[in-house]
Design a protein around this ligand. Structure first.
Ligand code: PLP
Length: 416
């Protein structure tokens, strides 16, 4: 493996390699660097090449849809700058996220402020910064925007969701497309506000691709009704929900097929409609690997882990990792997403033991992996968690004084 150089750029560093390497090889290289200086700090490796690959995959399969990266998923400046250079827009949820984009010199037209409930002060700020595109899903928000920023380009977020998605939003966001949404279009008209388009989010980790088709059909009905009552609608925003791991690409292919078909069926006569999306996980999940260190490995009777009497005579082991549910595994814990760490340097013939992997804090709920059979590892070993780029670093806290893992960015010469 050949690292050509380290580029020290404004606010970040890029490790430049002679070619594209597997993320596990990159992690091994950077773990070795840490070993050499006796550092046990957890770290993440970001493959910028993968971010570029994912963008190209998007454009290949959904060429008519311009992605607006949902930066909440991972507000990493290198990912943002890379995607900006490729022509991506950005979905921001707050003033701070808007600033992240504007501070990088990206134009306000590249932003959709896609949070249907915004503080008044943030709407005012959007006006000052000329961030016009923003979503709403209630009469109250519509009236608020009308008072503060009547020239805003408002987009009505409707509720169409996959109830089996890992995270659904329907209880909190979205206007019912049949009952509430037409009323909101009428209310906007009464306020002399033009509704510029329709948006939806079917849920993070969408499993049922057909929901996109249904949502696009609802959007078309609302475009029809909207133009009948005098709105000039030009934007369709098909939200997020797209999987981010290579292993899930078949699911993305299916989603892309359904979207393309629905756009053909319902929007081909509206050639001037701009279609955007708000993918987060799609770009990030598979682009980052986490490598954490075992700071303690304590042998215990297995029943202490499993709470089953019959395991009293079995050997078990409790690992303490220097990252946990208050850190990179927050989403995994709250959404009950299964994660499995792999020994970065597996030992030959390592015995399997009933194991639990604890996070480093004093909280007893800080469990990363629960009662599983795992190959024996030792204190000081590195554990690799692939596909950790989505809603991990951005959600991580510094509870108990533990830092978020440092992110190391790697890119191949060709892509640089
Ligand atoms: N857009 C909005 C409004 C969201 O709330 C989210 C996630 O919470 C996203 C986009 C990104 O979703 P995903 O990561 O599923 O692409």
């Amino acid at each position: 493996m050949l690292e050509v150089s380290t580029l020290n750029l404004k606010n970040f560093q890029l490790h430049l390699f002679d070619q594209i390497y597997l993320q596990s090889d990159l992690v091994e290289k950077f773990a070795k660097d840490r070993d050499q200086v006796s550092s046990d700090e957890a770290f993440m490796v970001c493959s910028v090449d993968n971010v570029i690959h994912r963008f190209n995959l998007w454009m290949k399969l959904l060429p008519s849809v311009q992605p607006f990266f949902a930066i909440k998923c991972h507000p990493d400046p290198v990912v943002i700058r890379t995607l900006a250079a490729l022509g991506c827009g950005f979905d921001c949820a707050s003033k701070t996220e808007i600033d992240v984009i504007l501070d990088l010199g990206i134009e306000p037209e590249k932003i959709i402020y896609a949070n249907p409930s915004k503080p008044r002060s943030y709407i005012k700020y959007s006006k000052e910064k000329d961030v016009k595109l923003m979503t709403f899903d209630s009469l109250e928000e519509l009236q608020k925007i009308h008072q503060i920023f009547p020239e805003a380009s408002i987009v009505l977020r409707i509720l169409v969701q996959d109830p089996t998605a890992s995270t659904v939003f329907g209880r909190k966001f979205g206007a019912d497309p049949e009952t509430i949404a037409p009323k909101l279009l009428e209310e906007a008209k009464k306020l002399s506000m033009n509704v510029h388009g329709i948006s939806f989010h079917v849920g993070v980790g969408c499993k049922d691709a057909s929901v996109y088709g249904k949502a696009i059909q609802y959007a078309r009905d609302l475009f029809r009704f909207g133009s009948e009552i005098g709105h000039s609608m030009w934007l369709l925003d098909i939200g997020g929900g797209y999987p981010g791991r290579e292993i899930d690409n078949n699911r993305f292919f299916k989603i892309a097929n359904i979207i393309n078909e629905a756009l053909d069926n319902h929007f081909s006569d509206l050639s001037s409609v701009k279609i955007i999306s708000e993918p987060g996980q799609f770009f990030c999940e598979g682009s980052f690997s986490l490598c954490a260190n075992i700071i303690n490995a304590i042998e215990v009777p297995a029943d202490r882990i499993t709470k089953k009497e019959e395991d009293a005579n079995k050997r078990g082991i409790m690992y303490f990792l220097n990252d946990g549910i208050y850190g990179s595994f927050m989403l995994a814990a709250t959404e009950k997403i299964y994660v499995e760490g792999l020994a970065l340097r597996p030992r030959k013939d390592a015995e399997k033991l009933t194991s639990i992997v604890w996070g480093p804090t004093c909280a007893s709920v800080d469990v990363v992996e629960e009662a599983i059979e795992k190959e024996r590892m030792n204190e000081g070993d590195w554990v690799l968690y692939p596909d950790m780029g989505a809603y991990a670093n951005g959600l991580a806290t510094t509870f108990n004084g533990f830092h978020r893992p440092k992110i190391i960015h790697a890119i191949s010469k060709d892509n640089w």
